[in-house]
Design a protein. Structure first.
Length: 529
């Protein structure tokens, strides 16, 4: 083998072709090899290490093979440019502006990458097929345009552990029929275009939402019927604008805060006579009961409330109402014969047209019951015009009146007591009442309440009667007038006189007088004869 070697140590051997000539190795009839001698390296180096380059170029469509022997490797200590591709360390970069890097296997071959870190870049037009795409903690998967799809057959998940846990999906369309594990996150814009999103378990907080078409929550918990503009709560097929139904007897509006609970029924029409209300119906269309809020007059801003119930076998009838004047009127239903039902006058009215009593006042207290109070709280008419109680017949003729001055008048002057013998025991002849009646000191007087211009009354003084007939006097607690105007103490009792007993005592004394008169008349007759 022929060799070229420098005579002196560390000297160069220079092969310099002329002009465009070349240094040619081999004859062209067989492969030519350039190798080092022994186990040392073969170094190809430019003379100027900063600007020069080494080019290895094939002939006509020939291949260039760099094949290390055995387990040897091809080592490039700096950048490697291969047909517009630059390999520098861990980075592979296209040297063309907007150039692509294509990794294209042949036939059914695959490009297998065990781990990919895409930091700030874009996967465009790629199909990620059989394995999960994991977005690490603090990282973002940004689908800024196009469609993010998931195969229904594969039901693959887009996961961070198990959910999309942070960040917004700001645009785009979820077009799959199933999006598994979408929980606790926000979708700020875009469209969920699938007809069924079975695995969306939570939407978090929605600032607002617009839904076109019907809305169904758990079959019948909430139903919005967009075709008929109806809302059902507990009702899958609402029949009314707001249809509330419940398996139990109660539908409740509750407010646990310190404010009040309310339901507002608004009739936006200003026409007189228009109304809104609450109706109870049976399974058909018949109204069982109703509360109606009526606009009596829009001009005068007057209104009324009407209460309706349904008697057996009949249509719903008005049973009570509160007029615009605040008068409460209750009725058995048929008001055709009533003199006081219509209009706002006549005060509170209780009207019936049956053979029952019109009204009962009951106090069931077992120790201190009281009855009805009729109170002229701001006036004292004290006359025969104003009355506390007025009883009249169908001809408007008075039968009994209790006037404001205390006078009691009736049509026949009769006052009756229960006097049946079967109600009494220990019956005996009355004792003499002569001395008791004789001891009475009748006086004339005026009542302090009505001043010096008040009329005189004829009667007795209870304290004087008490001295001779204490059983004719009783006591009762003072009224507010007695305490405030006349100086009575709260624990000081007011004395009264049992007038009806006094009358009976007077009748006994009259009988005694009649016997004495008759006896005297008999004696006079005897003397005269």
């Amino acid at each position: 083998m022929a060799k070229f070697a420098a005579k002196d140590s560390n000297k160069n051997i220079t092969l310099s072709p002329h002009g465009t000539g070349k240094v040619v190795v081999g004859t062209g009839a067989a492969d030519a090899t350039v190798q080092s001698d022994g186990n040392h390296n073969l170094v190809l180096q430019t003379g100027n290490s900063t600007t020069g380059s080494i080019s290895i170029t094939d002939g006509a469509d020939g291949d260039i093979a760099i094949s290390p022997n055995g387990t040897g490797t091809v080592v490039v200590n700096t950048d490697l440019d291969v047909d517009n591709i630059n390999i520098n360390g861990n980075a592979i970069t296209s040297t063309n502006t907007d150039g692509n890097i294509d990794l294209t296997p042949n036939g059914t071959g695959e490009v297998n990458i065990s781990k990919v870190d895409i930091d700030g870049g874009t996967i465009d037009g790629a199909t990620i097929a059989t394995s999960d795409v994991t977005v690490g903690s603090g990282k973002t998967l940004d689908v800024s345009a196009g469609t993010l799809t998931t195969s229904t057959a594969q039901k693959q998940a887009i996961v961070d552990g198990a959910t999309i846990a942070a960040g917004d999906i700001t645009t785009g369309t979820f077009s799959s029929s199933v999006i598994p594990n979408l929980a606790g996150d926000k979708i700020t814009s875009g469209t969920l275009s699938s007809t069924v999103q079975n695995n969306i378990t939570s939407l978090g907080t929605l600032a607002s939402a617009t839904i076109s078409g019907d809305l169904t929550v758990d079959t019948s918990t909430l139903k919005v019927d967009s075709s008929n503009n109806r809302v059902g709560v507990g009702e899958a097929s609402p029949d009314l604008h707001l249809h509330v139904s419940h398996s139990s007897a109660n539908a409740t509006v509750d407010d646990n805060s310190s404010s009040h609970s309310s339901i507002m029924l608004q009739n936006t029409s200003n026409s007189d006579g228009n109304y809104s209300g609450i109706w109870n119906q049976d399974s058909g269309t018949a109204t069982n009961a109703a509360i109606i809020f009526k606009n009596v007059s829009h001009t005068t801003n007057t209104s009324s409330i009407h209460f309706l119930t349904r008697p057996s076998g009949l249509a719903t009838q008005e049973r009570a109402k509160i007029t615009s004047a605040g008068h409460f009127k209750a009725s058995s239903g048929d008001n055709s014969g009533s003199d006081t039902w219509s209009g706002d006058s006549n005060g509170h009215v209780f009207h019936i047209n049956t053979g029952d009593q019109a009204m009962s006042v009951e106090n069931s207290h077992d120790q201190y019951p009281y009855g009805m109070l009729i109170d002229f709280s701001d006036a004292d008419p004290n006359n025969l015009t104003n009355w506390y109680l007025f009883c009249r017949d169908g001809d408007n003729d008075a039968k009994n009146i209790i006037f404001s001055n205390g006078d009691v008048r009736n049509v026949n002057g009769t006052y009756t007591t229960f006097s049946d013998e079967r109600l009494k025991n220990n019956i005996s002849k009355a004792s003499s009442q002569w001395n008791d009646i004789k001891a009475l000191n009748f006086k004339k007087f005026k009542l302090k309440k009505y001043g010096e211009d008040a009329p005189y009354h004829l009667g007795l003084i209870a304290q004087e009667v008490e001295k001779t007939s204490p059983h004719l006097v009783d006591e009762s607690p003072p009224t507010e007038y007695h305490i405030e105007k006349l100086g009575f103490k709260k624990d000081e009792m007011v004395k009264g006189l049992k007038q009806s007993i006094l009358y009976m005592k007077g009748m006994v004394a009259l009988q005694e007088a009649m016997l004495r008169i008759e006896t005297l008349e008999a004696k006079v007759t005897a003397l005269e004869n």
